[in-house]
Design a protein around this ligand. Structure first.
Ligand code: SF4
Length: 237
């Protein structure tokens, strides 16, 4: 466990462009980018290309899933092309969701039956899921400037969770962006699977990303993934 001090309070920076939510145009939610967020030109081009090819898909920034009052926030990398970018719900529709939601159900952070559809009735319990980058990137690889640009929404998401006590970062990109969003010193909180970093009352847990690639190559086994959530469950009670 590392204990880290903050260099700034976790205050949100304001989005500088269209921040209208994609479900209710009458309400401004600074934690959610607008459906046509223009801030990352390369991702906008990619989004438009996929919109033309797959008009029935979500093809827009993916909103956080779960209640703002949750104690646990899970931060992923970015929507998968045929997962969240297709269905509109984080980690829904591709392999990463199979492992994540099965694990959340096993440790009491979700209830229901995950059926890889946003209307499957799955409910998160004291848990919320978001991504460091809200738009699908080509080859699942956002550029540093895109991670930096989208961090404003992660910052706002964190600042908008009054009961937040624990964050699970899935992979190094999510970890690094979360550390920066919290205003922590990066050198004091290096990413390592299974690590926990204490920042005041908040705990940041690291896990390798639950992608098919990581599980197929043995970088992450279901047991390794479950051990992270077992720790979170034990700490949160
Ligand atoms: S990745 Fe984030 S900042 Fe960039 S266009 Fe999408 S929503 Fe906007």
């Amino acid at each position: 466990m590392t204990t880290i001090s903050t260099t700034k309070p976790p205050s949100p920076s304001r989005p500088v462009a269209d921040i209208r939510p994609d479900t209710d145009p009458g309400i401004v939610d600074p934690a959610e980018p607008g459906r046509d967020c223009p801030l990352c030109p390369r991702l906008v081009d990619f989004r438009n290309t996929i919109r033309s090819r797959e008009p029935g898909w979500h093809n827009a920034p993916v909103r956080s899933f779960g209640d703002r009052d949750a104690a646990l926030l899970i931060v992923g990398l970015a929507p998968g092309l045929q997962g969240a970018n297709r269905t509109g719900r984080p980690f829904t529709g591709d392999y990463a969701g199979d492992l994540l939601y099965a694990t959340l159900i096993a440790f009491g952070f979700a209830r229901g039956t995950y059926q890889a559809r946003p209307d499957d009735g799955l409910t998160l319990i004291d848990c919320r899921i978001s991504n460091a980058v809200r738009c699908v990137p080509p080859q699942n690889k956002p550029l540093p400037v895109e991670i930096r640009t989208c961090r404003q929404f992660l910052e706002t998401t964190l600042a908008d969770m009054p009961r937040l006590r624990a964050i699970v970062a899935l992979g190094r990109v999510a970890h690094d962006s979360t550390v920066k969003a919290l205003g922590l010193r990066a050198a004091a909180a290096p990413f390592a699977h299974g690590a926990m970093h204490q920042a005041g009352a908040l705990r940041l847990y690291d896990s390798y990303h639950c992608s098919r690639y990581n599980t197929n190559t043995g970088v992450l086994t279901p047991a390794m993934f479950q051990s992270v959530f077992a720790k979170v469950r034990a700490d949160l009670g």
